[in-house]
Ligand binder design. Structure first.
Ligand code: HEM
Length: 455
């Protein structure tokens, strides 16, 4: 029986857990790292441990936990199919939280110890990754259950599958690979935490989980939030362009790491995959229309017939109770367009036999801090108050949080890009970037947490 009362409510600990992790470790460590790096106080292994913890918490602890929490609320409703067992939801949360905390703590502590203590901490860190893997597998079991059986035949599900199929594959590869890399630290045959595979998994998280999840959920939510035209454009073809690009890209990436086959051919295939992914994303941004707002919504013409027309915010249709949340979303897609254009340029150069123009490490934060973080803040500001049944503390804080996040991201990204053209920006700009972004998150959190709610 699939009655709506079996659909789980949004499980709030996912929100509080992800915000706490990100303040204390994700953006908290970003603030620390950017300032010590700007001051030239990098300390070898200690800094690497902090970078690993920062990246892991931001991806899995912050965005990953939110994606899991929100999708466990959305999928049963989207698919009109209840989960087989709602009691698994708190289990998933606890395993994930414990896993991320244990893993990140171990990564930070390991460099300070040697000998058997170091061995024990590494072992505990590996146990953390196994908890994470278990949490992700349980999540996949629940989420995939809503995509199988009768509702699978629905045309809407088929339209969305090119977006969610990569997300599910991404979670699976990340869950298994993350534990395998951690475990390989005890295997003398493998070098300690092979950096190639480590980067591979970071990219899996970015390109197969975060980006298609934003694209898929964006299709369902953003037209309503921003007064965009209904997604009647070729949704499936856009998703397939991105997904096929990702498949080609990662197949060639893995072949390159294990040196399987002709290296020139592998680079060519890898570049072709990157080009398709970039084109898919650019096409999505154009069709969704959340950046240039080319098409006027029906809402604008209908507005004149409403008695409360003057209190509505133009095409957005809200009364300003969420503040200027749309700025995050516009900026997010702006960053995504810049990132996709740079990667398209890189791929065309690679196909023509030239080296990449912009180093991938300088593009990564365009997607993570520029695209993903801005979309999370924007959608979060608009969606979360409804999910947790409360209103924002102050819509004005939304604008303040936006200015801080946008400037923090700009100062994080610009120095790496301008250096390419021989322009060296003052190091303090990079130094304050993490603190600005952390302040944005604290304000975002205060805005959501400050109002009382009824349980
Ligand atoms: C303005 C805010 C941020 C600052 C100042 C910052 C700072 C840094 C620094 C200094 C590094 C190491 C150098 C490098 O790889 O470039 C780094 C790496 C990384 N950051 Fe950020 N970051 C920020 C936001 C984010 C966000 C929002 C995410 C994810 C959503 C993220 C994910 C990562 C990842 C995955 C790595 C690589 C970690 C690894 O190599 O293990 N960062 N970040």
């Amino acid at each position: 029986m699939n009655s709506a009362d079996q659909y789980p409510e949004f499980y709030r600990p996912f929100l509080w857990g992800s915000l706490t992790l990100s303040i204390l470790a994700g953006f908290g460590l970003a603030a620390h790292l950017s300032s010590v790096m700007a001051l030239g106080l990098v300390r070898g292994d200690v800094t690497i441990g902090l970078i690993r913890a920062h990246g892991h918490v931001q991806l899995l602890g912050w965005i990953g936990m939110l994606i899991i929490g929100i999708s466990l609320y959305v999928f049963p409703r989207l698919q009109s199919k209840a989960f087989s067992n709602n009691n698994l939801i708190p289990v998933i949360f606890k395993l994930l939280l414990a896993g991320v905390v244990i893993f990140a703590t171990a990564k930070i502590l390991v460099p300070y110890f040697t000998g058997s203590t170091r061995f024990v901490i590494t072992l505990v860190g590996t146990a953390g990754t196994f908890l994470e893997t278990l949490a992700i597998l349980l999540y996949l079991y629940l989420a995939l259950g809503t995509f199988t059986g009768k509702p699978f035949d629905r045309s809407e599900t088929k339209r969305l599958l090119p977006y969610f199929a990569p997300v599910f594959c991404g979670w699976l590869v990340f869950a298994v690979g993350n534990a395998a890399i951690s475990f390989s630290a005890f295997n003398p045959v493998f070098p300690h935490s092979d950096p190639e595979w480590h980067n591979f998994l970071l990219e899996i998280f970015q390109r197969l989980i975060i980006t298609p999840a934003i694209m898929g959920f964006g299709l369902k939510m953003l037209p309503n939030f921003l007064g965009l035209r209904a997604p009647l454009w070729p949704v499936k073809a856009v998703g397939l362009t991105y997904a096929s690009g990702a498949l080609i890209y990662f197949a060639a990436y893995a072949a390159n790491i294990i040196s399987a086959g002709n290296i020139h051919l592998i680079i060519l295939i890898n570049a072709a995959g990157l080009a398709f992914m970039s084109l898919g994303l650019i096409w999505y941004i154009w069709e969704l229309d959340a950046l240039f707002f080319r098409v006027k919504p029906e809402r604008v013409s209908l507005k004149i017939y409403r008695s409360d027309a003057s209190s509505l915010r133009g095409r957005f249709g809200d009364r300003g109770e969420f503040g200027r949340f749309e700025l995050f979303i516009i900026a997010g897609f702006g960053w995504a367009l810049i990132g996709a254009a740079l990667e398209l340029l890189n791929s065309v150069l690679m196909i023509s036999g030239y080296p990449k123009y912009i180093e991938p490490v300088n593009i990564r934060h365009i997607f993570l801090a520029g695209f993903a973080a801005h979309i999370v803040f924007g959608v979060g500001t608009r969606l979360l108050p409804n999910l947790i049944k409360q209103s924002l503390y102050s819509p004005k804080l939304t604008l303040m949080s936006f200015v801080l996040l946008f400037s923090g991201t700009l100062f994080r990204i610009l120095p790496g890009l301008t250096a390419k053209f021989g322009i060296v920006l003052p190091s303090w700009l990079f130094g304050i970037s993490g603190t600005l972004a952390l302040s944005a998150l604290i304000i975002f959190t205060v805005n959501i947490v400050r109002t009382p709610y009824n349980n």
